[in-house]
Ligand binder design. Structure first.
Ligand SMILES: *[C@@H]1O[C@H](CO)[C@@H](O)[C@H](O)[C@H]1NC(C)=O
Ligand SMILES: *[C@@H]1O[C@H](CO)[C@@H](O)[C@H](O)[C@H]1NC(C)=O
Length: 409
């Protein structure tokens, strides 16, 4: 990266000399309310001209925004060993002043710590007192390297997500670990994680980054709900055709209610629903990144045998294409009733799924005429099984389920 590449250098000089003083706001940014904090990589590894290109990229993004105290507010931090606050979020600068101040940012140097960049972003940039409620809070972090303290960076990223901050990462060069940077980035990754091979390519992603940032909507923070400590991919499985519409609707109502208790908006918990075969109408894990979307999808009415549903859930639902993540806890919640057939198939399928703790299995059984020992043998443990007289009890006994489900996450 330190080899001098003449072409980008020439381009850079041209760009800097032609800085225009009249900026127009992009349509997507017009009257957009957002609080955005840039974490610029000011570490030693960033070559002096590349540093200018990085600052120019931030300035160019800002030039497209509708800057003002009641629209988009921008703050800038420079991070290496620490995060140095360069422009506070509550500044009252005009767009011109903002741009020239960004371009004049000093180069602090030192080792680049993503963990400290993220921490400073929360304590000096998007602090709870400076952030406006009900507007999206977005952090845009640049890096040309890997995190030095991986776990701390991860913890800080999780903390930020819990506070409802969207984490955008712009990775530059070939020393970055893109997969790991994904852990410090919000979902969906294609919208929040960018990688260019050289600083000179930043300009090529400018329109996309600007557009995606302008589309971010305020997110309710998920503080205090369950699932903040682990990545959990859970699929609820029930047979709509066999249970009937009435019971199915009760289950959907129950799912809607428990979403309040799951850390969905933080990106930690993903929920899928498999209730019907042929896949039409199935809700995949990736479709429900936001609580509001899940609730919308549950309202769509969509009806085979539960064993078949379990089989295809295990086969198809937990694939990356369907939104499951590597390293996440994989959980299945299966709804059963007294009219259970194909017991042997179901037992075999679930036993295989539980093998080596691949999947954790929860069972909710409706009815009074059941084989207790058999149903209990289906769950990961007896504690994973709940018996309800009928689906009518789902809502009133909801906390029993959340208590079990939320125990270790
Ligand atoms: C911005 O917020 C800081 C910290 O709360 C405060 O000290 C400072 O006076 C504020 N600046 C403006 C311009 O309001
Ligand atoms: C689930 O969420 C509801 C609504 O926010 C709350 O009242 C309830 O205490 C939560 N239950 C658990 C077990 O966290």
């Amino acid at each position: 990266m330190k080899t001098l590449n003449l072409q980008p250098l020439l381009l850079l000089l041209v760009c800097l000399c032609h800085t225009s003083r009249s900026y127009s706001v992009d349509p997507g940014w017009a009257k957009k309310q957002a609080d955005i904090f840039f974490c610029v990589d000011t570490s030693t590894s960033v070559y002096v001209l590349d540093y200018k290109i990085q600052l120019k990229f931030v300035a160019d993004l800002v030039s497209r925004m509708d800057i003002g105290p009641s629209y988009t507010r921008v703050g800038v931090g420079l991070y290496s060993e620490d995060l140095y606050l360069h422009i506070p979020l509550n500044n009252t600068m005009s767009k011109d002043e903002l741009i020239s101040t960004i371009m004049a940012a000093p180069h602090h140097r030192g080792n680049g710590y993503i963990s400290r960049g993220l921490s400073g972003m929360m304590t000096k940039g998007l602090t709870p007192t400076l952030r406006r409620p009900d507007v999206p809070h977005i952090s845009v972090l640049f890096t040309d390297g890997d995190a030095r303290d991986i776990q701390i960076a991860m913890d800080n990223a999780n903390l930020a997500r819990r506070q409802g901050i969207f984490l955008t990462t712009i990775a530059i060069g070939n020393r970055v670990n893109v997969a790991r940077l994904g852990d410090y980035t919000s979902d969906p990754k294609p919208e929040f994680l960018y990688h260019v091979l050289d600083y000179s390519y930043l300009v090529s992603i400018l329109p996309t980054v600007s557009k995606k940032l302008s589309e971010v909507e305020a997110l309710a923070s998920d503080q205090g709900v369950c699932g903040n400590n682990k990545f959990v991919d859970v699929v609820f499985v029930f047979d709509e055709a066999a249970l009937g519409k009435k019971v199915s609707n009760k289950i959907k109502e129950f799912l809607q209610k428990i979403t309040e208790n799951l850390s969905l908006n933080s990106g930690k918990v993903r929920v899928g629903v498999m209730s019907k075969t042929c896949h039409q109408g199935d809700i995949t894990l990736v479709q429900n990144l936001k609580r509001e979307q899940l609730i919308e999808n549950l309202k769509v009415d969509k009806g085979e045998e539960i064993s078949y549903l379990i089989k295809i859930t295990i086969r198809d639902s937990f694939t990356p294409e369907n939104g499951a993540r590597t390293g996440s806890l994989k959980r299945l919640v299966v709804f059963l009733d007294d009219y259970l057939r194909e017991k042997r198939e179901i037992f075999a399928l679930l036993a295989k799924a539980k093998h080596r703790d691949q999947y954790e299995i929860f069972v909710i059984n409706f009815g009074t005429n059941y084989d207790k020992g058999f149903i209990e043998s289906l769950g990961t443990s007896k504690d994973h099984v709940i018996f309800l007289g009928s689906a009518d009890e789902l809502i009133i006994r909801k906390n029993e389920f959340t208590n079990i489900f939320c125990r270790d996450i």
